[in-house]
Design a protein around this ligand. Structure first.
Ligand SMILES: NC(=O)c1ccc[n+]([C@@H]2O[C@H](COP(=O)([O-])OP(=O)(O)OC[C@H]3O[C@@H](n4cnc5c(N)ncnc54)[C@H](O)[C@@H]3O)[C@@H](O)[C@H]2O)c1
Ligand SMILES: [Zn+2]
Length: 364
């Protein structure tokens, strides 16, 4: 088991990563001095595989705990479901010493975290992420949120967990597309800050796809280290944390014009990362001229999309404008200079973006 410390002063916490560690969660909590009652927030899909082992372990360690199941899906990352969690907490007479345990992917983590941040002005929060994306991305960094009908993650809070328990054995039941979607964020971490990590991950396709436990533990830990470094520098995203949004400018636009029905998040940002690399090249920023093709080949090898066939250029351009990263009327792009280094740029001409989208298959 790997242990990684996220250093955020009084809000510091540990991320534990290993294979099969979920079944030892009770002991882990005990060792770390977690006290009080627990409410597990999960969904039926994840509960089917992992709720019983988690409950058994918690009961074995003497933890009194309840369970609430949220229906599976992004549309349930809502205030309405947050309300159901509050109701369960109130009905169960959970006090300020209680802790919410999020068991699931990023949807459950974001929703449960938001409930933990707001119930009685903040109670305990532990993440047990079960998707690759949630282990390498959403479970660390403290962003919690629910969606508003008019926009994703519009209502939320920065709220760090006390502990993250990432069991890489949970990927055995994860659908392939979800795994690949998480890999897009993994590869993103390499591109923005660590060329060596990028090369090791993209070169070890077999070990990844065969879910080798030791290699997966190393991959998840490596991504968490990179994300942690960025978050430690800029917890509230006033500046540098924005580099984590590499690939997300066009990625969000793609998700939005397709109403979140066509692309998984990682798929959309894979396209977005290739687009960003092309924009960087056209803008004269890219030192390594072959990077767009190199990225496209790596993503394609994991079954991730690298083009926008048939999508309307106009619609995508309009969606880019409403992206919340439009600041003071300017669209912010995170662009690569070379593997392991990105810069934030806000003076990319719309015509250049249009040209790149067209080259990537966008239609009139
Ligand atoms: N807070 C952050 O910093 C942050 C960062 C990135 C993404 N997010 C959020 O995360 C969400 C996406 O998270 P996600 O990609 O984990 O999606 P998800 O939570 O919807 O999980 C994907 C699917 O896999 C299922 N699942 C989860 N674990 C499983 C397992 N081990 N075996 C089988 N099925 C399993 C889920 O039930 C779901 O159907 C979005 O809402 C996004 O906004 C948040
Ligand atoms: Zn993302």
């Amino acid at each position: 088991m790997e242990e990684l410390k996220i250093d955020l002063g009084v809000r510091s916490y540990s991320v534990l990563i290993g294979s099969g560690i979920l079944a030892g969660a009770g002991k882990i909590l005990q060792e770390r001095g977690i006290k009080g009652r627990l409410l597990i927030v999960t969904n039926p899909t994840v509960a089917r595989y992992y709720l019983k082992p988690l409950q058994k372990s918690l009961s074995g360690a003497g933890y009194d705990h309840g369970v609430i199941k949220i229906p599976d899906g992004e549309s349930y990352k809502s205030l309405r479901q947050a309300n159901r969690i509050y109701d369960a907490l109130v009905a169960g007479e959970y006090d300020r010493k209680a802790t919410i345990v999020a068991l699931g992917g990023g949807v459950i983590g974001d929703l449960a975290g938001f409930a933990a941040a707001t119930y009685m002005r903040g109670i305990g929060f532990i993440q047990v992420p079960t998707t690759l994306l949630s282990q390498v991305d959403s479970s660390i960094g403290g962003k919690t949120a629910v969606n508003h009908p008019r926009g994703k993650n519009m209502i939320g809070a920065f709220y760090q967990p006390q502990l993250v328990i990432s069991d890489v054995a949970t990927f055995r039941t994860l659908p392939e597309r979800e795994f690949a979607s998480g890999l897009a964020e993994v590869i993103k971490h390499g591109i923005i800050l660590d060329e060596n990590y990028f090369r090791l991950v993209s070169g070890e396709r077999e070990n990844l796809l065969s879910l080798d436990p030791d290699f997966l533990t190393w991959v998840v830990a490596g991504s968490c280290v990179i994300k942690a470094r960025v978050v430690e520098e800029d917890e509230m995203e006033t500046g540098r944390r924005a580099i984590l949004n590499f690939g997300h400018t066009l990625g969000h636009a793609l998700e939005s014009v397709t109403r979140y029905e066509v692309y998984k998040h990682g798929e959309a940002i894979a396209v977005g990362m290739v687009a960003a690399a092309r924009i960087a090249r056209e803008h004269g920023l890219l030192q390594d001229k072959g990077l767009p093709e190199q990225l496209a080949a790596v993503f394609a090898s994991f079954g991730l999309p690298v083009a926008v066939p048939g999508l309307s250029v106009q619609e995508l351009m309009a969606a880019l404008q409403v992206d919340k990263k439009v600041e003071y009327g300017k669209l912010r792009w995170v662009l690569p200079r070379r593997l392991g280094e990105v810069v934030i740029v806000d003076d990319i001409p719309a015509a250049l973006v249009e040209q790149v989208i067209r080259e990537m298959g966008g239609a009139k």
